[in-house]
Design a protein around this ligand. Structure first.
Ligand code: NDP
Length: 291
């Protein structure tokens, strides 16, 4: 990317102030000498159409999209990548050749994060590397935009079974039905945590926003005591760094991680989509961990 004029890219959402994306995206642009500024674009729902239209300005590379707009932006872009279309949520928009393209990098970002935490094997087929989670049962808490990306990623990675637990049962059922159209795998939807049956080799992923607001929110599962000690518990929330769920899980001796690793990997892929260059991932990681 050879240009000297100031470019713009940013995060569209409501709220956006909690986001760490500028912390590691800006150093990545600076390291590669790309004159782009990563900005926070607070966008209430009523301003979404206008905001998406503004991405067509010649100096705009595109955007990230976060809560609550990942599903709402689908009809607002010109072309949708097949994975984002299957997931039904967009977290990255690229402005290229006067068109807006929608992608979802949360899915692969989550798999790379889980692999970094020691889960799954890298397998090669058709000359490409994939992360396999065969042998695991995944329990997914939530059925919103991030959960949809996680569900497709987990099933694509070969989990033996997927259990989706969400407050709004209809939303969980809808996600399970979308998955079952593409995959022949046991996929269950629940809204009552007391129906969760303990499984071995489980991965529990919190993709709800419970815990985002630092209150002592109820646990999205009734109790963790029923799970096997080698269950891995991942909370997509990274700010605050320790949600109530993670605190409880750590106290009980489970392996855990917060969503910082997913943030890094989904962001690195978005960077490559905007710039067509490999993301300087170690610079991004260092910038994210330093502050
Ligand atoms: P959505 O608004 O699309 O979905 C929110 C989800 O949280 C729904 O399943 C909703 O359930 C559930 N929920 C909200 N409040 C409650 C509550 N009080 N009790 C029970 N369930 C509740 O948000 P996203 O899917 O986009 O984001 C979810 C979380 O994931 C956010 O915290 C976000 O910050 C995080 N995230 C982190 C990423 C990372 O890189 N680390 C990437 C993407 C997201 P219901 O359907 O019943 O309303």
């Amino acid at each position: 990317m050879q240009t000297t004029k100031q470019l713009h890219v940013g995060l569209i959402g409501d709220p956006v102030a909690h986001s760490f994306s500028p912390r590691f995206q800006q150093p990545a642009f600076d390291a590669l000498g790309i004159p782009a500024r990563y900005e926070l674009w607070h966008t209430p729902a009523r301003q979404l159409i206008e905001r998406i239209r503004s991405l067509c300005e010649p100096d705009c590379l595109g955007a990230n999209v976060t809560i609550p707009h990942k599903e709402a932006v689908l009809p607002l872009v010109d072309k949708i990548d097949p994975l984002a279309a299957r997931i039904g949520a967009i977290n990255t928009i690229v402005h290229r050749d006067d068109y807006l393209y929608g992608y979802n990098t949360d899915a692969l970002g989550l798999l790379h994060a889980l692999h970094e935490h020691g889960l799954g094997e890298v397998e090669t087929y058709n000359g490409r590397e994939h992360i396999s989670l065969r042998g695991h049962t995944a329990i997914l808490l939530g059925a919103g935009g991030a959960a949809r990306a996680a569900a497709f990623a987990l099933v694509d990675a070969g989990v033996e079974q997927l259990i989706i637990l969400n407050r709004n049962l209809e939303r969980a059922r809808h996600l399970a039905a979308d998955l079952l159209r593409s995959y022949d795998r046991p996929i269950f939807s629940l809204n009552d945590p007391s129906f969760l049956i303990p499984r071995t080799s489980s991965i529990i992923i919190n993709a709800t926003s419970l815990g985002l607001h630092e209150d002592i929110s109820p646990l999205p599962v009734e109790t963790l005591a029923q799970f096997d000690p080698d269950t891995f518990i991942y909370d997509m929330i990274y700010n605050p760094s320790q949600t109530y769920l993670l605190c409880q899980a750590r106290l009980m001796g489970f392996n855990t991680a917060n969503g910082l690793s997913m943030l890094l990997h989904q962001g690195a892929q978005a960077f490559t989509l905007w710039t067509n260059q490999p993301a300087p991932i170690e610079i991004m990681r260092k910038s994210l961990m330093m502050e």
